[in-house]
Structures are given as C-alpha cells and as structure tokens.
Design a protein around this ligand. Structure first.
Ligand SMILES: *[C@@H]1O[C@H](CO)[C@@H](O)[C@H](O)[C@H]1NC(C)=O
Ligand SMILES: *[C@@H]1O[C@H](CO)[C@@H](O)[C@H](O)[C@H]1NC(C)=O
Ligand SMILES: *[C@@H]1O[C@H](CO)[C@@H](O)[C@H](O)[C@H]1NC(C)=O
Ligand SMILES: [Cu+2]
Length: 712
C-alpha cells in the first residue's frame, strides 16, 4: 500500500510504473468506510455544503453520474448475464447512459428521474463488448461485440500486464544492463501504438519505453533512448523489440528535480508578498443537489467524467430584463485531445496519442492542490469512477469551483476634462471558474470553464508538466552537424525537446433559447467605393449567410478572409428583430499541418478543421470515435460530417479545436511554465442590451481589509 498514491498517478497516457511494483490498489468505496473528505478551512467547510450524493441511494437529476449503489447494481446484473457467467469481462468503462435529450429537457425538479441506464464497455477473450444495462428493469437491453476497428481506453491492469511482459523479457533485461542502469531505477511509460497498418490489427498492443530515475524524481528527463518494446496485452508477449539507442547517453539527473523541497538555492528575485482573496461572507455560488451550480445569473449541471474530465450540461443564463432562465448550452466537454510528435524515427513515429479516448482525462485528473491549483475559497467535487473489476472508487477533489477576481474590468468609461463632466464609471470583473487538471503521463492539462455575468463563457486549456524528450549525443548546439538531423531543439545537455502539437476538440451542444438553431457565417468582405462616392477607397461590410448543410460548416480559419461564426435561434428574435445568438470567438488557432492521409491524421481527422457543425445525434459524442484505441478513423467527426446532413433550424452541435504548436525551449526544462490558450462563446443579440449595465461597483466599505498579523 505504500505505493498506492504513486500508482494512482500512473493511470495515464503513457502510464508509468516502477518496474518492480505493478499491482493496482485504488481507493475503494465502501459503505462502511464513509469518507468525508478533508476540505480546507473550517469556516468555508460550514459555509459550503459538500456534495453528498456520491453516497446517495438515488440520483437527484437525470444527468447525475451513476451512484455507487447503481454501479454495484450494474455489476451484479452483468455478473448474472449468461454470456459472462463463466468469466467476467475487464470493465473499461461503466458510466451513465444519459437519457434522451427531450426527457432531460422536460424534467423538472420533483419529477421522477427518467429510467437509469449504464453504458458499459468490457473486454473479454479479445472481444470488445458494448452494453447498455437498464437499472430499473435489471436487464441488458443492448449488447454489441466489436462494433469498430478500435478498442476502448486501456485499463490499469492492461498497463501493468504490459510492464510485466517487458520486465520478464530477456532482451530488455540485457539492454538495461548493457546501459548500466539498475533495475530499481527503471521507470517505464506505455505510449499508445496508434494505428500503422495490418500487422497491428486484431490485437491490443502497447509500446513500452523506459527511463532512468536514478538521482531524480523527474525520470522523464532521463530517457533510455531507442529502447522500444511492442507488447500484445492479451497474449502477454513481446511482438517487437527495438534497441537502436545504445550509443546515446542517458542525460544527467542534475537540475531535473522540480519539487520545492529539492531546491537548495533561493530564487534570484525579490520574494513576493503573499496575496489571498478573502470572501468573509463566503462564496456567491451554491452547489445544490450535488451537481447543480448556481452563481449570479448562471445555472448549470457540473459533473466529473472519466473520459472528458468534466461535463457542463444545461447551462442557462438569466434574461437581463425578465430574470427568466434561458438555455445557452445543452452539453459541453473536451471530446478528444490529440498530440502528434514530429519525429519519424523508429522509437518515435507512433507517438500520436488521443488522450481522452486512449487513457481518459477524468481518470488521470488527480486531486487538486489547495491554495496552488485553486484558491482558498474553492469548492471541491469528487469523481466516482469504476475500476476494471467493475467496482466504484472515489477520485477525491478532482474538480474545483471558485469565483475569480483577477483585478480586471468588466466595463468602464471616463470623460475627458473638456466635457466638464466628471465621470469615472468602472465595474470590476468577477467570474466563476470550474477547473480540472489531467496529468496525462508527463503532461498536465489545466481545463477551465469560466463564466462571466455578461453571458460570456471562456474555455481555456493550460499546458504544464514535463516535455517528452529524446536522448541525444549532443551537449551543445555547436556539436550538432550542419545537416541538422534533430527533430527539435536542444533543451538541456543530451536532451532534445521533440516538436509536437496539442489539439483539444470540444463538443459544444449549443441550444440557444431552444434546440433548433442555425449556424451563420458573418463574413467580412472588402467593398470598394465607386469613384466620386467618398474620399475612402475601401471599407469592410459584414455579410450574413445561413449555412444549410454540414459540408459548408467545416471551417478553416483565415486571417485575410475573416468571418464571425454565430449560432442563432431563427424563431427567437430580440425586440429589434435580430435572432438571438452566441458566437464562437476563436483562440489557440494552431492547425494540424500533417498530411491528410498520414495514419495519425486519418484517426484524428476531427482536427482537419478548427470548427465543425453537425446535426445532433446522441451517439456522436467522441470526436475520435467511441473506441479510439488503435482505431482506423472510421468513426470520427470527419466521417459523421461527410453525411452532409441539413443543419438549418435543427438541433446542432458546434465543435471547436483549440490548437498549440509546441517548439520546446530551454525554459521548458525541467518542468514547463504553463502555456495557455482559450476560446469564447459570446452572446450576440442574445440580450436586449448590455446585461450588466446595472452591476454594482466596488466600494471600500464593502470589501474586507486584511491587516498584517503579528508574527505569532
Ligand atoms: C535480468 O537478468 C539477470 C541475469 O539473467 C537476472 O539475474 C535478473 O533477475 C534479471 N532481472 C530482471 C528484473 O528480470
Ligand atoms: C425543431 O425542428 C423540427 C423540424 O426539423 C420540428 O419537428 C420540431 O418541432 C422543432 N422543435 C422545436 C422545439 O421547435
Ligand atoms: C447517429 O450516429 C450513428 C453513429 O455515427 C449512426 O450510426 C446513426 O445512423 C446516426 N443516426 C441518425 C439518425 O443519423
Ligand atoms: Cu507540448
């Protein structure tokens, strides 16, 4: 058990385990052991009610995650199902099969909850089983085997098995010894194989690559370069062994430890005085029934998800005139995260992971670090996930929710003295943030959904953690031959930071004032004046065009041919007759430049465009396909869009891909300062006028003042 906290960190993209310890011991939920999680600060403890329906017998909202009892019930229904009577499948996912959208929309608090169903993916005897379990009927209502070319996300047991196989491989053993590495110092990761052709099909494969942890916790910076095992997870055998890097030294451990306790020099800068934002009256948001968040003019349902990390549903904002709640978004979440590395070498070409579908952004979202990941007054929500044995376990404090005041201005105006009006009007900007951080192996992805009182939603992704680096014979750029054969910059002695991209594709089921919406391109076109019309020769004109079909809603952003992209409700108009709407405001606009027929890009064809709009279909949730692992790309957003369905005045889904090109640099070593990008969903003619005109300014008398305390 001394390894359990370490092992929890392993459930990852490139899973890593010390080679000598592989059993998985997750924290198990038991009814006897009813844990109340330690929160931070007893005053806030009293002020913020804790979610308790993880432990409730019954869900309180149609979209609430399965409760522990429901998970246990699902498991027992599966156990007594004939095809599984002799052996139980390894459970790769087991979660709420959400009710039909209309059932959720019609539901009101106090109504009975629509029938509860579990969606289960299991692997048994080399077959993938996708099942729907009706919890009320106690029956399996749907059972399909091998519905696609791919496999479900790997489980911890798969990864442990692969590492065991590597561990007992003689060639591997020889290579480790030949490089002078002690077995006790070896840490390994399990990158996914992607999909590169026939000889990889019909079996679940994973790569194993290792590092030396000697002298550092940051083994990521000490690759045992060029040593790659391809392991058949189910047959438990090495199908390919590749050892090309014996001449490449393992980089030194000096200066790689990133922990505070390991720094023996003070920073070369003046220390900052502490800053803390206090809310003596407590936060202004409430979390009701475990998952309903109410703050200022917003209400939404928030839940952890094993694959997406977190899901925001039924986001509604109050009308600024009537106070009535209006629908903005039915459901929003990170659907897939694609990270292709740009190195064709034997030990690198396959690195093109899809972290949500291959490993899971929720399962890898560890407990947040109080006061550092989230401010003091944050509220924490636990995840309830399911292990390979079908039993639930708690992922404590994986989402935090807090109000942010970052010193920004929400609107202002001041008058110049010439007007003789002494006007200085300003309003502070307070926002509400829901955050998770997924530690997908070496990388940490910070996901923020930020809500503003003016109706704007900002979706931000921050990247930190460790680079995936490549060992190199070179210690200095001067040694690198003119014909530079490196696939990235030298970031430390013998360490190359390989160039790569990150693409996060969001599923945004916008329902502006109802389900039937249209997608409108508002193109800015250069118009020319006719001679004599004006001293001006040119001007820009905004031209609106409603998009009829999916094909015309595949958007590649263009700086010199710009458009705005609106989602409107054509049957709901403002006082002035404009359709009510929201627009997507792009940001993080790096595009994938890989060949469209490069295998990783075929699988990740959902990154061929920055924006897509598709017809709503409840099964089209995962941009890389339901079964993404080793998939060939036959179930992606790009394929769905090919159906070219009509999307005018229909229930439609917006997809936005936030992209980053990452050319590493020295500052990314040994741990990367956070780099972030965001995009926004912003109201357009949704409100009759500025919805926060009547917002209150800050006054000195209303704000807490904290005095320096005496030092005892
Ligand atoms: C590696 O091989 C050596 C020599 O055969 C053996 O003593 C050792 O136990 C092996 N190590 C592991 C981790 O299997
Ligand atoms: C949405 O449009 C469909 C036709 O495409 C229609 O049948 C349905 O009634 C509309 N729904 C609403 C809520 O207006
Ligand atoms: C919904 O999507 C699935 C998967 O893409 C597809 O098989 C099905 O035909 C779609 N249903 C409709 C009504 O388009
Ligand atoms: Cu990166």
């Amino acid at each position: 058990m001394e390894t359990s906290s370490y092992l929890r960190l392993c459930f990852i993209l490139f899973t890593l385990l010390l080679i000598s310890v592989c059993p998985w011991s997750p924290v198990r939920y038991t009814f006897k052991n009813r844990r109340i999680h330690t929160k931070f600060g007893s005053i806030l403890e009293a002020q913020v009610p804790k979610p308790n329906n993880l432990f409730a017998d019954t869900p309180l909202h149609p979209l609430d995650p399965l409760t522990a009892q429901e998970i246990i019930k699902t498991r027992s229904i599966l156990l007594s199902y004939a095809p599984f009577s002799s052996s139980f499948p390894a459970i790769h996912s087991l979660y709420l099969d959400e009710p039909e959208k209309n059932q959720v929309l019609e539901w009101k608090k106090g109504d009975p909850i629509p029938p509860r169903k579990a969606h289960v993916i299991g692997v048994l005897g080399r077959q993938t089983h996708v099942l729907v379990v009706d919890l009320d009927l106690g029956l399996i209502t749907s059972h399909v085997t091998d519905p696609g070319s791919g496999y479900p996300a790997l489980t911890m047991e798969d990864l442990s098995a692969a590492l065991q196989v590597a561990h007992s491989n003689e060639e591997f053993n020889n290579s480790i010894r030949a490089r002078g590495v002690e077995f006790s110092d070896v840490s390994c990761m399990t990158p996914s194989v992607g999909w590169y052709g026939l000889n990889e099909e019909g079996r679940r494969l994973v790569k194993v690559q290792c590092y030396s942890g000697q002298g550092t916790v940051n083994y990521y910076m000490r690759p045992i370069e060029g040593l790659t095992l391809t392991v058949d997870i189910d047959r438990q055998e090495v199908v390919q062994f590749s050892d090309t890097g014996r001449a490449i030294p393992i980089p030194n451990s000096a200066n790689t430890d990133y922990r505070y306790t390991a720094q023996d020099d003070a920073p070369k800068m003046e220390p900052l005085n502490p800053i803390s934002i206090e809310q003596p009256k407590g936060p202004s948001f409430r979390v009701e029934d475990g998952h309903i968040v109410k703050w200022a003019n917003w209400v939404f349902h928030l839940k952890p998800d094993h694959r997406a990390g977190m899901i925001i549903s039924r986001a509604m904002v109050q009308d600024s005139e009537t106070g009535g709640l209006r629908s903005v978004m039915y459901k929003g979440f990170a659907s897939e995260l694609f990270v292709p590395y740009m190195d064709p070498d034997e030990a690198w070409y396959f690195k093109s992971c899809m972290d949500a579908g291959e490993f899971g952004l929720g399962i890898t979202a560890m407990s947040l670090v109080p006061l550092n990941d989230c401010p003091r007054y944050a509220y924490y929500m636990d995840g309830l996930f399911v292990g390979p044995d079908g039993l639930p376990y708690v992922q404590p404090n994986m989402i935090c929710l807090f109000e942010r005041y970052a010193g920004d201005i929400s609107w202002r105006h001041s008058e110049l003295p010439i007007t003789s009006m002494e006007i200085r009007e300003s309003r502070p900007k307070m926002t509400l943030v829901a955050r998770i951080v997924a530690s997908v192996g070496n990388y940490d992805y910070i996901f923020d959904w930020e809500f503003q009182t003016d109706g704007l939603i900002r979706i931000k992704v921050g990247l930190s953690g460790m680079l995936m680096v490549k060992g190199s014979p070179y210690e200095n750029v001067r040694q690198i031959p003119k014909k530079n054969e490196l696939y990235g910059p030298l970031v430390s002695e013998n360490v190359v930071g390989v160039v790569h991209d990150h693409f996060i594709t969001f599923h945004l089921d916008m329902d502006i004032d109802g389900t039937n919406n249209s997608f409108v391109k508002v193109k800015l076109v250069k118009e020319k004046t006719v001679p004599g019309q004006s001293p001006r020769k040119s001007y820009l004109k905004a031209k609106r065009r409603v998009v009829e079909r999916e094909e015309d809603a595949r958007i590649k952003l263009k700086l010199y041919d710009p458009s705005e992209f609106h989602l409107v409700n054509p049957s709901k108009q403002s006082r002035l007759g404009n359709p009510t709407g929201y627009k997507v405001v792009p940001g993080g606009t790096a595009a994938s430049l890989l060949d469209h027929n490069d295998p990783p890009q075929i699988r990740a064809a959902f990154t061929n465009n920055q924006i897509w709009v598709t017809r709503y279909n409840r099964t089209e949730q995962w941009a890389g396909g339901l079964l993404a692992y080793q998939s060939k790309g036959e179930d992606t957003l790009a394929v769905w869009s090919e159906r070219n369905r009509p999307i005018e005045n229909k229930d439609i889904v917006l997809w936005y891909t936030l992209g980053f090109h990452h050319i590493p640099c020295q500052e990314d070593f040994p741990v990367m300062p956070t780099v972030s990008s965001s995009f926004e969903l912003k109201p357009v003619n949704f409100f009759e006028s500025n919805p926060i005109l009547r917002a209150q300014p800050n006054f000195e008398k209303d704000l807490p003042v904290c005095r320096p305390s005496s030092s005892d």
